[in-house]
Design a binder for this molecule. Structure first.
Ligand SMILES: C[S@@+](CC[C@H](N)C(=O)[O-])C[C@H]1O[C@@H](n2cnc3c(N)ncnc32)[C@H](O)[C@@H]1O
Length: 222
């Protein structure tokens, strides 16, 4: 049976309350323990919307706020595609955040409908903690990133606050997952990432990773 979080995300109401209610509440919750989350978010947005003709993918893009922000900074042939499985979120994204450089496709993050090694940058922000089986999604993010390209994740992480007995269990019952400190980083490494950089701030973690270039398997001569 779907968790409360899953049922909510599949409900059209979610797309209507997302910006006015859900996002402000969650932004505050993530900032508990410091203002670092908002500061990091600003820095990350500036970094990801830098000029360039990169091909970007924003996975679980919701109403496309980030997708559009990233797309607006691009130049040349740069494009940012947002994918999400919710028709109502995508309707909102298409209505309010579609531009020449930002477009939207309905898709499940577990099977991203693009070929291996396609994108220069792949983001997945504020979504993995709501997905019941999130680690295979991490593999998918890396699969569609080109060698040398970057993957950027923002999600939950275990902290002193969320380690209080009962907190993880209560969160889990609602379908909100709190990741162990190394879970995302280790999965990225296992899927072929290198230079994985994790920043824990407030109740969240930002993870920036680079996909490794393929290396030739050189056999030693005897
Ligand atoms: C909290 S919103 C985050 C939206 C956006 N990334 C942001 O930060 O504003 C989570 C989004 O994940 C989407 N989502 C959840 N599970 C998904 C899945 N398996 N495949 C694609 N999208 C999914 C939901 O529809 C929702 O739009």
């Amino acid at each position: 049976m779907d968790s409360i979080a899953q049922q909510l995300m599949r409900n059209t109401v979610f797309s209507h309350v997302y910006e006015q209610l859900w996002r402000p509440v969650f932004t505050r919750l993530f900032s508990l323990g410091g203002s670092g989350t908002a500061d990091f978010d600003t820095a990350l947005s500036a970094y990801l919307s830098r000029p360039g003709d990169r091909l970007m993918l924003d996975v679980a893009c919701g109403p496309g706020n980030y997708t559009r922000r990233f797309a607006d900074g691009l130049s040349g042939d740069g494009r940012c595609i947002g994918i999400d499985f919710s028709p109502s979120m995508l309707a909102k994204a298409t209505r309010t955040n579609a531009t020449e450089r930002a477009s939207y496709v309905r898709a499940d993050a577990h099977s991203i409908p693009f070929a291996d090694n396609t994108f220069d940058t792949v983001t997945c922000l504020a979504a993995l903690y709501l997905i019941p089986d999130p680690l295979p999604v991490v593999d998918e993010l890396l699969r569609v990133t080109r060698p040398g390209g970057e993957v950027v994740i923002f999600t939950s992480v275990r902290t002193d606050l969320t380690s209080v007995p009962g907190v993880r269990e209560i969160a889990g019952m609602s379908g909100y997952r709190i990741f162990g400190r190394h879970e995302i980083v280790e999965r990225l490494h296992a899927a072929g990432a290198e230079h994985v950089e994790q920043t824990i701030t407030g109740q969240g973690q930002y993870v920036l990773a680079t996909k490794a270039h393929r290396r030739l398997a050189v056999q030693k001569s005897r």
